[in-house]
Write a protein that binds this ligand. Sequence first.
Ligand code: GCU
Length: 424
Amino acid sequence: MKKKSLVMSLLALTSLTIQAQSDFVANYDEGKVPAYTLPSLLTCNDGTQITTSAEWENKRRPEVMELFQSMMFGRTPQEKVSAQYTLLKENPQALNGKATIQQVRMRFSNNGKSHDAILMLVKPNHAQRSKLPVIFCYNFLGNEQTLGHDSSILPHAANDVFPITVKGKDEEGYGSWDFDQIMDRGYVLATMCYHDIYPDGKNDLRKHSVATLFSDYVEESSMQPDTWQSIGMWAWGASRAANYLVTLPWIDADRMAVMGHSRLGKTALWTGAQDTRFRVVISNDSGCGGAALSRRCFGETIGKITDSFPHWFCPLLSQYDRREQELPFDQHQLLALVAPRGLYVASAEDDAWADQRGEFLAACAAGEVYHLYGLKGLETTVMPAIHQPITNSIAYHIRAGIHDVTTYDWTQYLNFCDKQFKLQ
Ligand code: GCU
């Protein structure tokens, strides 16, 4: 009887949440942003104050990491999975002779299971250096789409499980790929379709994700509050790509950047927080659960995102639906985990859903940690005008237009990488 009433009340609670989320109306009024205090970056759980970079790294940074892995993205398993890399195709005269394209199958194996992903490397043919800087950036619509549907490019490995249906004009908003500029600037672009790691749908696609390779794999119904989900796995996949990149003699392993747009911007931040081999971390329009402060409840909220995309974050996060002020962390702390490496946060003028001001203010607040290293954060709390980037060790811009990655964005990211990598 007791058990039954518990189940009944849980059901009632669930339907209440569903009800509330279907009625959700985003706030876009700055005047209705609640008053809030950000959780401290430099005060430890035991109350001590951090004053040096060594104290940050040894004491406070692990505490902040723990918050994000236990409450937002889940715990990345530490178990080693073997990886086999096979060069499937090479075209030395791609992009009108400007680039060499390699398509590499990464086969991950463990516990008698295996899982494939296809990494595509676009390498400039006329670069000056023998070792080249590289930007890793997941794509939404398959490797071939990044090149405008080039038929020599293989479909993504997860094509059977999760075919990509978006075509033609629907592509707007998924990010454009400025290969000409990237090649001319001497950068390698490494990309992979994110569905290859975890097919991005909420209908129990976990069973087709890399999670199944691990000994502690559980189905959706048996997840713990801190079980990793898709963003955690996409971040894991980015680190596996890095494992391959550092083995290539023509890649400069000290000059690797990770960039991502939107949900993949959230992923880029979580990747950069965990994998310090990425010396530059770039978040393009990452919004809620990425660079934007949750406490502002502007545009997308924790309740809304965990309702729409329950497979992105660890199960515990949804408990903070309309309780953002009680969250023991906020997104400025995720950004601070990138310190002292280069961090770029960018917004788009027409992308209020991602809360541009919230992204900017989080980047401002992360500066406290950069100061411990004698580096500059944004050094202002006044949002810059459109197309006026601030580029210290933390960089920020807001550009005109919609939620997307444009040539303007790529130019700023390449400038920033040049500066951070001392290639100017
Ligand atoms: C949705 C979602 C965002 C996300 C975006 C994207 O709009 O609400 O959180 O960033 O999709 O990834 O395109």
